[in-house]
Ligand binder design. Structure first.
Ligand code: NAI
Ligand code: MG
Length: 360
């Protein structure tokens, strides 16, 4: 029996999480997974109800669960609050307190949506890559950091710091993910100038010995940025530090197209993970049944694969999503300019995925 905590949050969060839950329930039934769902609050709705974006009880509950499925937080109603009680604070807090050190952002292009990318179809067709970003170390957290003034001149310092254990654990996540995919890891670095990258290089090589079935390559970060728009299909799993991963995962997301299609996972040790769509709470369309639930649904596929270790269910779900789109069904955000199609709502898109799953 696995416990799944649902943190729907604000805006379109509850709409997309509702569809994601229905889909997860259907997958669980089919694959004999026993799940228990618990709903809790995060973000603006938690501020309104309890005066804080994230309660300790919620963190404790998540710790006693197998996975968390999160919608989105934030919205204009809370924009004027102080930084410490804003909805986004809840998100940063939960990532930190649950020890989520590995951020996984896949970028793939579903055949039916090839035309939606800003890149040419022949470059985009068949992209299927995964950025594994270290999330709790590196330049964003390293000491010393801060501002100073020396002789009337303003200075600022940040430090890129990693120890070998931090590098080894994120490398293992990358190699394990590669085993679920095409068996290839690209380590992205700047080892020609950074000592930190040289350490990464050494440690990634050492960890690779435990995964002889996975192929390892190293790529400089600047040329990787170029190759991502020139020949993105060459990549399977990319593993890299916090800073490089922040930049490259956004670049890869844009190649793949719509925000409404992008899932993500943040993992701690031992298979626990938090799964969420990349998009925000979309206040402009909230409560109108216009949100695309597929980013949340594809986050469920990642949850099935990684936290519930049911790769077969994940594959079926991804296939169901592809087929719904191949049949021509679109939520409003997926329409191309000038395209004349009937638009389906959030709920109806959830129904279509469920029908495909049932028919497989
Ligand atoms: P956003 O991702 O919420 O929306 C950007 C645009 O994409 C909007 O036009 C929206 O309607 C559209 N969109 C996003 N997701 C969609 C979906 N599933 N289906 C159809 N259309 C979709 O980003 P924005 O507008 O910058 O932020 C809105 C609020 O969300 C802010 O309060 C922000 O702080 C918060 N936010 C929360 C995140 C999270 O919870 N992880 C991430 C990003 C923003
Ligand atoms: Mg970013």
């Amino acid at each position: 029996m696995y416990r799944i905590v649902l943190l729907a949050g604000d805006g379109i969060g509850p709409e997309v999480v509702r569809e994601a839950r229905r889909v997860l329930e259907a997958c669980a039934t089919r694959h004999d997974l026993e799940l228990e769902f618990v709903d809790e609050l995060i973000g603006g709705i938690s501020i309104d109800t309890h005066g804080t974006p994230l309660r300790d009880e919620v963190v404790a509950l998540c710790r006693e669960s197998r996975a968390v499925l999160l919608g989105a937080v934030g919205g204009p109603a809370w924009d004027d609050l102080a930084v410490d009680v804003r909805p986004e604070k809840g998100l940063l807090e939960i990532r930190k307190r649950l020890g989520l050190f590995a951020n996984l952002r896949p970028a793939s292009v579903i055949p039916a949506l090839v035309e939606a990318s800003t890149l040419r179809p022949e470059v985009v067709r068949g992209i299927d890559l995964l950025v594994v970003r270290e999330l709790t170390g590196g330049l964003y957290f390293g000491e010393p950091k801060g501002r100073s003034e020396v002789g009337g001149v303003r200075r600022a310092v940040n430090s890129m710091v990693y120890d070998e254990d931090e590098v080894a654990r994120i490398s293992r996540v990358a190699f394990q993910q590669a085993r679920l995919r095409r068996g290839h890891v690209t380590h992205v670095h700047k080892a020609n100038v950074l000592e930190v990258s040289q350490l990464w290089m050494e440690v990634v090589e050492e960890v690779a010995k435990d995964y002889p079935d996975v192929e390892l390559a190293h790529q400089l970060v600047d040329s990787c940025a170029m190759l991502l728009v020139k020949d993105p299909r060459r990549f399977d799993v990319i593993v890299t530090s916090n800073l490089f991963g922040d930049i490259l995962s956004d670049e890869a997301a844009q190649i793949a197209g719509s925000l409404g299609m992008l899932p993500s996972a943040s993992l701690a040790s031992g298979g626990f993970g938090l799964y969420e769509p990349v998009h925000g709470s979309a206040p402009d369309i909230a409560g109108q049944d216009r949100a695309n639930p597929l980013a949340a649904v594809l986050s469920v596929a990642m949850l099935l694969e990684t936290s519930l270790e049911c790769a077969a269910a994940a594959a079926q779900l991804r296939e169901a999503v592809s087929r719904v789109l191949a049949d021509g069904h679109r939520t409003a955000d997926l329409l191309l300019e000038g395209e004349q199609r009937e638009v389906v709502g959030c709920r109806a898109m959830g129904d279509l995925v469920l029908q495909k799953l049932a028919g497989q």
